[in-house]
Design a protein. Structure first.
Length: 212
């Protein structure tokens, strides 16, 4: 309680689960990729960014990739990445071309991890988020895990098994050297049926029926 001009005012207790807004500036190309991922998974953009960044912070590969820019020490689990002050991260060099702002929200725990990362990089939390997002999206394993987790939540075990078989078939007959990912497969499905349905589950089911 506090008193102002003879009136007792109750202090507001800040919620422990309150989220922090972060608005990183990213390349238009990366923003388009995020929006596409949001569209094909029917997930709000801010949630896509939040999830990918959280997965990136948990990935040793991503942290090792980022460590080349560390100016200060950064601890990942039991590993200490040594920073060097002569390093300097150039946001302009890393993301060339037109840039746009995107909005996300982090819970307090994730925000503190972002803050530790920004301290190691010697940049603002928003710039650290932009770099983390860019590096994480480029990691096919992380992106695959995101889409696969989404599909598991939308399809029953039988349909998921069938979709895996379709992906194996597509990759077996793929003329290109690089395998098609879950993200690419879901993009292909949506492009093929987007004019006929807006329901993700129905879109996948309808597309898979053509392989029977």
């Amino acid at each position: 309680m506090k008193r102002e001009e003879g009136v007792m005012i109750k202090n507001r207790k800040e919620r422990s689960d309150k989220k922090r807004d972060v608005k990183p500036t990213i390349s238009t190309e990366l923003k388009n990729c995020i929006y596409r991922l949001s569209y094909i998974t029917n997930t709000p953009v801010k949630d896509v960014v939040e999830t990918i960044c959280e997965k990136g912070l948990q990935s040793r590969i991503i942290v090792e990739n980022l460590s080349q820019y560390f100016r200060r020490d950064f601890q990942y689990k039991n590993t200490i990445f040594i920073g060097h002050l002569e390093r300097k991260f150039s946001h302009k060099e890393h993301q060339s071309g037109k840039k746009e702002r995107i909005t996300t929200r982090f819970n307090q725990t994730t925000y503190e991890d972002i803050k530790r990362l920004s301290d190691a990089l010697d940049v603002t939390p928003s710039k650290a988020t932009a770099l983390l997002l860019d590096v994480s999206v480029r990691d096919s394993n992380l992106l695959n895990a995101f889409v696969k987790t989404y599909l598991h939540g939308k399809l029953d075990k039988m349909r998921m098994k069938e979709l895996k078989q379709v992906l194996q078939y597509v990759n077996k007959n793929n003329p290109y050297q690089e395998d098609i990912s879950w993200f690419t497969l879901l993009s292909i499905i949506y492009e093929d049926v987007k004019d006929n349905t807006v329901n993700v589950k129905d879109a996948i089911h309808g597309w898979m029926d053509k392989f029977k």
